[in-house]
Ligand binder design. Structure first.
Ligand SMILES: [Zn+2]
Length: 299
């Protein structure tokens, strides 16, 4: 008999969420700051609440702080209580002298699946520095993943990383944040095409609503229309077997669209551009499981 996690319609995975607590954790957040205009604190309990009206039952935390193993430890502790946290992407710096040892120590918890490093605080060519490449080789040797916090200007560096470490599983976060407000498309599209040539590169269909002018496009349908060409292009390049849904909650809240609205837009886009229960299961669950090596039965 099929269990719920076998059906295409249940047990969805949100591949990208954050929580933070900028006052009490003392991690020294570079973003958000107290003057960023966003709440100081988002908790797993709030996420449980907003996930309720959706099919999302599992989620992957993505780092907020660079080079902060303490944040990963904090999430591992929270995951003991909040079982929906099935994956943790750690904020580790691959150039840190203890990178391999720290990664090994944290990876004793099976929820720790990979790393991300916020690139906005680094020089543009950071990704192709020799010390970064050496660290990423360690990451690859441990079978862990690398989430790329990408913006269009950095995409040109990614094929070099693909060439130098072809076995490294990499993720383009947030379809690389194209400038949807100004309708910029062609250069972004070329770089997406090039990055997708690496079969170990995946793409998160996430983080897009904050790039839409939601003061001008106020309904979910209008926002969806703004996203269609971009989502179509990533699906054309990566295919439905290398794309996955992510909410980017609570950063997504800055668009004024709540969790359920972001989810509904994604469901409508996937139904339109990659219809069929196989694609739904892949994009909303199985690709995240495959990429990160999640164990959805972890309790
Ligand atoms: Zn994010």
């Amino acid at each position: 008999m099929a269990t719920q996690s076998d059906t295409p319609l249940g047990g969805f995975v949100d591949s990208h969420f954050h929580i933070w607590d900028i006052k009490t954790t003392r991690f020294g957040y570079r973003w958000p700051r107290e003057d960023s205009g966003v709440p100081f604190k988002y908790t797993p309990a709030q996420l449980v609440d907003v996930m309720k009206p959706t099919n999302v039952e599992h989620a992957v935390f993505v780092q907020v702080n660079n080079n902060c193993p303490e944040e990963t430890v904090w999430l591992c502790e929270l995951a003991e209580e909040y079982k929906f946290i099935k994956g943790i992407v750690a904020g580790l710096d691959p150039t840190d002298k203890d990178f391999g040892a720290t990664l090994d120590r944290l990876s004793q918890n099976p929820r720790v699946v990979g790393i991300r490093h916020l690139l906005e605080f680094e020089e543009p060519d950071w990704l192709i520095r020799d010390d970064v490449i050496e660290g990423l080789k360690i990451l690859e040797s441990r079978g862990k993943t690398f989430d790329l916090q990408m913006v269009p200007a950095l995409m040109k560096y990614v094929p070099t990383v693909s060439q130098r470490i072809p076995g490294l599983k990499m993720m383009v976060d947030h379809i690389a944040k194209p400038n949807i407000r100004e309708g910029l498309f062609d250069d972004w599209a070329k770089d997406i095409t090039k990055m997708a040539e690496n079969p170990n590169m995946y793409c998160k269909i996430s983080g897009m609503v904050t790039e839409v002018d939601t003061k001008k496009y106020t309904t979910l349908q209008e926002v969806e229309e703004q996203l269609v060409p971009y989502v179509k292009h990533v699906l054309d390049c990566f295919g439905p077997s290398r794309c996955m849904y992510g909410s980017d909650w609570p950063v997504s809240e800055m668009s004024g669209i709540p969790y359920k609205g972001v989810y509904d837009i994604a469901c409508r886009l996937i139904n339109r551009l990659a219809p069929g229960p196989e694609n739904t299961a892949a994009i909303f669950r199985d690709n995240a499981v495959k990429f990160y090596g999640l164990n959805l039965d972890l309790m």
